[in-house]
Design a protein around this ligand. Structure first.
Ligand code: FAD
Ligand code: SF4
Ligand code: SF4
Length: 487
C-alpha cells in the first residue's frame, strides 16, 4: 500500500533540480543541473502514484523498479532506495544524468497523461546514487570466490564496462581492451562535461580497477593485438566497440579546411578538459573560439556540438536541420538548453556544398567560408510515416561560416575486414549479428553488445546488453562446471 508520503502529484508541482543560468553555465563545462536537496528529492519522489502497472518501469530499458525506489526516497530510506536502484542498473548515476527520460521512463509516466507533469525520475535516480557514493554505501567489487575462467572485453564503453562489472563480481577474471588511453568510451570522449562530468565516469573506472578488472588501454584490436589472440587467451569474448564511422557530406569543397567531423571536435574538447595536448585543437583547427560556427544535423550529437562551440567562445553558432523542430531526432530538452545558451536553429535547411577561399587557408587547400544552404519543405510521409524533406527550388543562400561541424550520425567500422575475421557475421548495415537475448554471435563464445549491434543508440541500452551478455556467459560457464582459481 502506498505510504502517506506518496500520491502528492495533485498538490506538488513537477520540479527538476535547479538549472544554472545560461550566462553563467556557458562559461564552463560543468554540468548544468545542480543536485536536488534532500527535502526536494523526497517531495518530488512523493508525487508518484505507485501505479499497479508502472509504465515508467516497462519503458525503462533496464526495467528499473522505479516506484519502489521513489517510495523509499520519499520516506527518507535512501540506503534501501539505492540498493533497489543498483540491483538493475550498473551505472544509475550516469543514466539519471543522460538518459533521454522524455522518451523513456518519464515520457510514459501516467501522471503526465492526467495533466500534472511527469514524476522527475532521472534526477531522483541520480540523487540516490550520488548520495550513496558520498555516504560510502557503494560497495567495492569483492567477489566471494575467484574463478579461473577469464573473459576478454573489447571496448571500454558502457556496454563493455557493465559486462565487466557483473562478471568480475561473480569472480571471473576480466580484461578490457580499448584503443583509447582512458576507459569510458563515448561517456568519456563523446558526451560533453556539461551533460556528464568526467569524474563521474572516472569514479566507476577506478571502482572496476580496484575490483580487479585489468585494463589494457592504448590497445587497438586489429593493430596492436589480433582478435584471434584475444579469443585464444579467454574463455569468452565480448565485442563492445561502438560505432565510429562518421556519415559524410558530398558537394563542392566538402573536404575544405574547417569542415570537421563531430566526434573529432567533441573528443578534442573533452581531451582538453583533462589538460591533454591536442595538436588539432591547439593549432586552432578544432577550436571554435572567435569563429562563426555552423553545425549540420538535428540529433543529440549536433546538440552537443553547438553547446560546446558556445562554451569555446564562438562568435555565432547556427544549427542546420533538414526537417522542423517537431521532427528532429534530438531530445527536446537538449534543444531547449541549446536555445537558452544562444544557439540559433535554422529548421528545414540542408547543405548543398561549401564555399571555400584559398586566401583563408593556413596551409595548402582552401578554407571554408560558407555553407551553400538549400531550403526544404516537408512532403509526403514515407513508409515509416515520417514526412520526407523536399528541396524548395531557387531558394538557396549562403550561410557564412569559419567552422562547419558535420553531425550526421555514425555507422559501424568494417570489423570483419579490420580484424581479418570474415566469419564474424554482420548485417547489411555492418552491425554485428548477435542473439537478441544472450548476445552470442554465431562464433562460439563470442558475444556482442551495445552500439556495434544496435547501431548508434543509448548508454542505457548498452548497459542492458552488457548485463545480459554477462549473465549468459556466467550461465554457460556454470553449465560447464565453475572452475575455482588456485590459491
Ligand atoms: P562506446 O561507448 O562507443 O565504446 C566503445 C569503445 O570501444 C570505445 O572506448 C572505443 O575506443 C573502443 N574500441 C572501438 N574499436 C576498438 C578496437 N578495434 N580495439 C579496441 N578498442 C576499440 N547516449 C545517451 O544515453 N545519452 C546521451 O546524452 C548521449 N549523448 C551522446 C552524445 C554523443 C556526442 C554521442 C556520439 C553519443 C551519445 N550517446 C548518448 C550515445 C551513447 O554514448 C552510446 O550509445 C554508448 O556509449 C554506446 O556504448 P558502447 O559501449 O556500445 O560503445
Ligand atoms: Fe529512466 Fe534511464 Fe533511469 Fe531507466 S535508467 S529509470 S530510462 S533514467
Ligand atoms: Fe510513479 Fe509515474 Fe511510474 Fe506511475 S508511471 S509508478 S506515477 S513514476
Amino acid at each position: 500500500m502506498a505510504s502517506n508520503k506518496m500520491l502528492r502529484f495533485v498538490t506538488v508541482d513537477r520540479q527538476t533540480p535547479e538549472k544554472r543560468d545560461a550566462e553563467v553555465r556557458t562559461d564552463d563545462f560543468g554540468e548544468i543541473y545542480r543536485e536536488f536537496a534532500a527535502e526536494r528529492a523526497a517531495e518530488q519522489a512523493g508525487r508518484c502514484s505507485q501505479c499497479g502497472v508502472p509504465y515508467c518501469q516497462s519503458h525503462c530499458p533496464l526495467h528499473n523498479n522505479i516506484p519502489d525506489w521513489l517510495r523509499l526516497t520519499a520516506e527518507g530510506r535512501l540506503r534501501e532506495a539505492y540498493d533497489i536502484s543498483q540491483a538493475t542498473n550498473t551505472f544509475p548515476e550516469i543514466c539519471g544524468r543522460i538518459c533521454p527520460q522524455d522518451r523513456l521512463c518519464e515520457g510514459n509516466c501516467v501522471i503526465e497523461q492526467s495533466g500534472h507533469g511527469t514524476v522527475t525520475i532521472g534526477a531522483v535516480e541520480k540523487y540516490v546514487t550520488d548520495t550513496a557514493f558520498d555516504a560510502g554505501w557503494v560497495p567495492a567489487i569483492a567477489p566471494h570466490t575467484e574463478r579461473a575462467e577469464s573473459v576478454g572485453i573489447i571496448g571500454a564503453g558502457p556496454g563493455g564496462l557493465a559486462a565487466a562489472d557483473m562478471l568480475r563480481r561473480a569472480g571471473v577474471q576480466v580484461t578490457v581492451y580499448d584503443r583509447y588511453d582512458r576507459s569510458g568510451g563515448l561517456m568519456m570522449y563523446g558526451i560533453p562535461g556539461f551533460k556528464l562530468e568526467k569524474d563521474i565516469v572516472e569514479r566507476r573506472n577506478q571502482q572496476l580497477e580496484e575490483g580487479g578488472v585489468t585494463f589494457r588501454l592504448n590497445c587497438e584490436v586489429g593493430t596492436d593485438i589480433t582478435f584471434d589472440e584475444i579469443r585464444d587467451a579467454h574463455d569468452a569474448v565480448i565485442i563492445a566497440t561502438g560505432v565510429y564511422k562518421s556519415r559524410e557530406l558530398d558537394g563542392d569543397n566538402a573536404d575544405a579546411q574547417g569542415v570537421v567531423r563531430a566526434l573529432d571536435y567533441l573528443t578534442a574538447s573533452n581531451r582538453k578538459s583533462f589538460g591533454d595536448a591536442v595538436a588539432d585543437f591547439d593549432n586552432g583547427d578544432l577550436d571554435a573560439e572567435g569563429k562563426r560556427v555552423v553545425v549540420i544535423g538535428g540529433g543529440d550529437t549536433a546538440m552537443d556540438c553547438v553547446r560546446t562551440a558556445i562554451r569555446q567562445g564562438a562568435t555565432s553558432v547556427k544549427c542546420l536541420y533538414r526537417r522542423d523542430r517537431a521532427n528532429m531526432p534530438g531530445s527536446q530538452r537538449e534543444t531547449q538548453n541549446a536555445e537558452e545558451e544562444g544557439v540559433e536553429f535554422i529548421w528545414l535547411t540542408a547543405p548543398a556544398g561549401f564555399e571555400a577561399a584559398l586566401a583563408e587557408a593556413k596551409t595548402g587547400g582552401a578554407a571554408v567560408s560558407g555553407v551553400k544552404v538549400q531550403r526544404m519543405k516537408l512532403g509526403e510521409a514515407d513508409a515509416t510515416g515520417r514526412q520526407t524533406p523536399e528541396i524548395i527550388e531557387g531558394a538557396d543562400y549562403v550561410e557564412d561560416a569559419d567552422l562547419v561541424i558535420k553531425a550526421l550520425g555514425f555507422s559501424p567500422e568494417d570489423l570483419p575486414t579490420l580484424w581479418s575475421k570474415p566469419e564474424l557475421e554482420v548485417t547489411r548495415w555492418g552491425t554485428v549479428k548477435a542473439d537478441f537475448r544472450t548476445h552470442e554471435t554465431p562464433l562460439d563464445g563470442v558475444y556482442a553488445v551495445g552500439d556495434i549491434v544496435r547501431g548508434a543508440s543509448l548508454v542505457v541500452w548498452a548497459i542492458r546488453d552488457g548485463r545480459e551478455a554477462a549473465e549468459a556467459i556466467l550461465e554457460k560457464l556454470d553449465a560447464k562446471g565453475a572452475v575455482i582459481a588456485a590459491e
